[in-house]
Design a protein around this ligand. Structure first.
Ligand SMILES: Nc1ncnc2c1ncn2[C@@H]1O[C@H](COP(=O)(O)OP(=O)(O)O)[C@@H](O)[C@H]1O
Ligand SMILES: [Mg+2]
Length: 366
């Protein structure tokens, strides 16, 4: 029997120094002001990693889990000392900085150990929304019309050079150029006047200390298309839709920061995934085809998720390409895989096997 491949499951989870005191709150629907749809507790990160570890073990791999805890020297020793066939890369930031995600992948490259997911270049591109959009445009892929307001030495400088006349059509959405996970995306991000636009741009430049991306707001349906595999076996999974049906009138139908992360906020319970999305076959294929082309343009590997909006006329706009998307069981790409009849452990196995194809041993044999 061939030797079981060894997978190093790497993640970087640094516990907060002081745990916040939990204030007991009344969680009844009367006190909340709405009826929750999801659980009000978050699953702790450690539990998510443990689930991935056991699913990988069940899939037949020998798994060595390792929490990097921001300590590069220890990581280096860990990787140098052990015989590792492939890294399952769940490290998304270092020293609290998401922009170092790409440097961690570079380190695996230099050690010549195959790893799951995207290369440093793709991670870098996808993290910068204006850059990623220009790559999409250069491949003739549709993305909302936009402009970028550069953050100068001072916000006042940026605003004075910010063209008050632009060719974009209101409503617009203002986003921090390099955030992720709906960082900086709130109801107030959507603006319908020059005054509100300037105020929100100023807020983003100041609070996030980065450029601001101003995009045309696409009213319509929100679709997530997961992509699995590389080259000739790259395929799109059944589409998942975020439905906003019972979103109260006062909130825009977007996946805001609160919708993603705040279980005590109503928006969290009014953004409900539905998979497979109820779309005509031709539209499904069109969106899947766009997702495949978008992931190829950005150069994702093994697994990815493309966020797309479809307006009332059925036109698609790519919002972003997510390399190494969230792998929690039962959500996101795992949900789409399930709809395609691919169980969680099978999904992880496919990702690992696709990364193992890049192992140096195979390269020598070529
Ligand atoms: N141009 C847009 N039109 C409509 N909604 C948008 C637009 N851009 C972003 N959104 C909303 O904001 C959410 C987060 O934006 P996205 O660009 O995907 O950034 P993130 O990296 O934070 O996920 C989207 O899921 C969508 O609901
Ligand atoms: Mg997104």
């Amino acid at each position: 029997m061939p030797r079981q491949p060894v997978v190093a499951l790497l993640y970087n989870d640094v516990p907060a120094e002081e745990e916040e005191l939990e204030v007991p709150v009344d969680l009844s629907p009367e006190a909340l002001g709405f009826t929750p749809y999801f659980d009000l507790d978050d699953v702790p990160a450690e539990e998510e990693y443990a689930r991935i570890e056991s699913a990988l073990t069940e899939a037949g791999f020998k798994v060595a889990s390792y929490n990097v805890k921001d300590r590069f020297e220890r990581l280096f020793k860990f990787l140098a000392r052990r015989k590792i066939d492939v890294i399952f890369n769940l490290v998304e930031f270092f020293h609290g900085r998401p922009e170092l995600e790409m440097d961690v992948a570079s380190f695996y490259e230099l050690l010549d150990i195959p790893y799951t997911g995207a290369t440093p270049l793709t991670l870098a591109l996808a993290q910068n929304k204006p850059l990623a959009k220009s790559v999409l445009r250069s491949y003739d892929l549709p993305t909302p019309r936009s402009m970028t307001v550069r953050r100068k030495a001072s916000v006042a400088d940026s605003l004075s050079t910010f063209r008050s006349r632009h060719n974009l059509h209101y409503p617009l959405i203002v986003k921090p150029a390099c955030e992720d996970g709906s960082g900086g995306i709130e109801n107030e991000s959507i603006v319908s006047s020059l005054k509100a636009l300037r105020a929100r741009v100023e807020y983003v430049l100041e609070e996030f200390r980065m450029d601001a991306l101003v995009e045309e707001y696409i009213e319509g349906r929100e679709l997530n298309v997961a992509v699995l595999g590389n080259g000739s076996v790259r395929r799109a999974l059944p589409i998942s839709e975020i439905t906003f049906e019972d979103m109260p009138e006062e909130f825009y139908k977007i996946v805001s920061f609160q919708a993603k992360w705040a279980p005590l906020h109503e928006a969290y319970h009014r953004t409900i995934p539905s998979c497979p999305a109820d779309l005509p076959k031709a539209k499904t294929q069109e969106a899947q085809d766009l997702a495949l082309r978008a992931t190829e343009a950005l150069g994702t590997r093994d697994y990815a998720r493309v966020d797309i909006r479809m307006n009332k006329s059925g036109e698609f706009y790519i919002l972003e390409v997510n390399p190494n998307p969230n792998l929690s069981e039962g959500t996101g790409i795992a949900r789409s895989a399930e709809a395609a009849g691919i169980a969680f452990q099978e999904l992880l196995k496919t990702i690992v096997e696709s990364a193992l194809e890049r192992s140096p041993k195979l390269r020598e044999e070529e």
